[in-house]
Design a protein around this ligand. Sequence first.
Ligand code: DQA
Length: 150
Amino acid sequence: MSTSAPKLKVMILGGPNLGRLGLREPDIYGRMTWEELEVRCRSWGEEFNLEIDFVQDDGEGALVGLIHRASDQTDGLILNAAAYTHTSVAIRDAVAAVDIPVIEIHLTNPTAREEFRQTNLLAGVVNAGVFGFGINGYRLAIEGMAGLLS
Ligand code: DQA
């Protein structure tokens, strides 16, 4: 891909407890930290000429504000809303209101896990989803986003 084309900007947004990646239940979520994932995502973004705005917050209201920021300031959103995926009408409504493409991502496949993770309030308002590929799912989501934006 030509590097002279203007860079589009994509927000990668993480919800509650993702800042603890690497320490948090490593048998489920792996040993890579959120900070290490940021480095990987920035480099994967470079491959697709995308500038990455990499952010994480544990709070529902803060995440709603960050989704508004993505809508106002970026071209696409890759969202791991973590536990709020299963509970938050506020985050669903924020996602439904944006007019940029949104890709939902989960490190694990929530559908193959506990009963309470079977509810997904975001599935009906996102453009696409990437589940169960671990860290590599972020590369797939970045590539998918580049395709949606091309
Ligand atoms: C998760 C799956 C959610 O069910 C869970 O609450 C998380 C992480 C994932 O990336 O696999 O915090 O979003």
